[in-house]
Design a protein around this ligand. Sequence first.
Ligand code: HEC
Length: 136
Amino acid sequence: MISYVRQPTGKMPPVPNSTASDKDLADVYSFLQSIPPSAASSENSHGDAANGKKLFAAYGCYECHDRQGQGASTAPRIGPPGISLVAVLRYVRQPTGQMPPYTAKFVSDQDLADIYAYLSSFPPPAPAANIPLLNQ
Ligand code: HEC
């Protein structure tokens, strides 16, 4: 980080030693390291994606949402999830449409966090503009 700050390659102005010593920059670096990752990424890291994959099959989620949550005629795409883990927890406990509810007794919050991590491991679908067949 220090060498970049002394000689930035982009729009950032260089910071000379007279403004901030190497020691100062080292302190800034430790400060930045001490900041926890954003809420969104730490939310995902609570889940175990490998276990989530097993649970997604074991609880039959795949029967309607397909193996990777990519969606099917029976249910919409949920991988990667377009909603937060909290919203998924709320929805699965009290669905508002066709989906059957799952109580915490049957599928725990931790199970759902694992499933969420599994679903989050998939890339978002390509925008239609990038699919040549749809643009002919
Ligand atoms: C019987 C079919 C079926 C099964 C099994 C099923 N779902 Fe669903 N799910 C649906 C349908 C249909 C919807 C669309 C909304 C609705 O009608 O409830 C949905 C919606 C959702 C949504 C909301 C999507 C959004 O973006 O709002 C989530 C999250 C979800 N399902 C997760 C799960 C999980 C996790 C499991 C397994 C524990 C599961 N579903 C099992 C049919 C199913």
